[in-house]
Design a protein around this ligand. Sequence first.
Ligand SMILES: Nc1ncnc2c1ncn2[C@@H]1O[C@H](COP(=O)(O)OP(=O)(O)O)[C@@H](O)[C@H]1O
Ligand SMILES: [Mg+2]
Length: 272
Amino acid sequence: MENTRTKIIAVSSGKGGVGKTFISLQLSAALIGLGKRVALFDGDLGLANVHVLLGLKPEFDISDVVAGRKSLQDTLLQGPLGLQIIPGASGQRDMAELDGRGLARVLQGLNDLLPKPDFLLIDTGAGIGTHVTTLARLADSLMVVIRNEPASLADAYGLIKVMHGDFGFQKFEIIVNDSTNAKASEAVFTRLNEVAVRFLGLPLSLAGIVPRDESVAIATRRRQLLAEASEITPAVAALRKIAANIAALPAEPDSPDFLLDRLGPSTKATLS
Ligand SMILES: Nc1ncnc2c1ncn2[C@@H]1O[C@H](COP(=O)(O)OP(=O)(O)O)[C@@H](O)[C@H]1O
Ligand SMILES: [Mg+2]
C-alpha cells in the first residue's frame, strides 16, 4: 500500500543567495519526475519569490492564512508539472515577524493539506531567525545549501549550530550548489564537516554537489523550471540523484504526524 504520510524536506542555508529557492524548485520537479505528489511552501514569508520565478499571480497568499482570512488550502497555486505551491507574501514586514497565532494557523493548514502530498518541500528563506528555525524543525530531512565562499560556510555552520544546540537536530544533509569544480566542492564540504565534528561532535552528510548551470538564467527568464527543458544538464542530473535518495529514505519513525507536535511543548505553548 502507498505510504500516505507526507515527508517534509526543508531547504535552508543561513546565507541568502546561495540557491535555496533554486534547489527547492528543482528538487520538487525531480520528485514529481519520480511519480511523487509534491507541494512547495514558500517559507521566505515576507520576501516570497517562488511564484514570481514561475510567473504565477496568487489570488491569496500566506498572509491571508496568518490573518485568518483564508485557509491554507485556499492559497494553493497550480505550478508547472503539477507542482502545488503555497505562496508566500511579497514585501510584507508583518509576515517576516510572524507571531505565534499566525504560525499556528500556517502549521495547521500544512497539516490539513488535501490531497496529502507525498512530499512537502519548505524553502525556509535566509537567516537563523525564529521562523526559519521553526520551519526547519518541521523537517524529516533538513537540506543545508552551501556555496564555495567563506560567508556561506560561516552562516551554514551558524544554522547547524542553532538547530543542533537549541533544538537537538542530529541530521544535516549538505548540498554544495553552484559548483564549478567537483574537487573544490568536496573540499568545501569536508571543511564544514570538520568544523561540525570538532565543535559540535556532529558529522554531516553530503547529499550532493550541484554544478553551476548556465541554462538556469534562460529558464528563469522564461519563467520555467530547468526540468521542463528537454536537455538534461549536469545540474538536473545531480538534483535527480539527490531526489532519488530522498525518495528512498524511510519515514522517520520518531517524528510526530501532527506538525505542532514536532516543535516540542515549550514552543507549542507559545502558539496559541
Ligand atoms: N546551480 C546553479 N547554477 C546557476 N545559477 C544558479 C544555481 N543555483 C542558483 N542559481 C542562481 O543564483 C541566484 C540565487 O539563487 P536563489 O535560489 O534565489 O538563492 P536563495 O533562495 O538561497 O536566496 C538565482 O539567480 C539563481 O537562479
Ligand atoms: Mg530564495
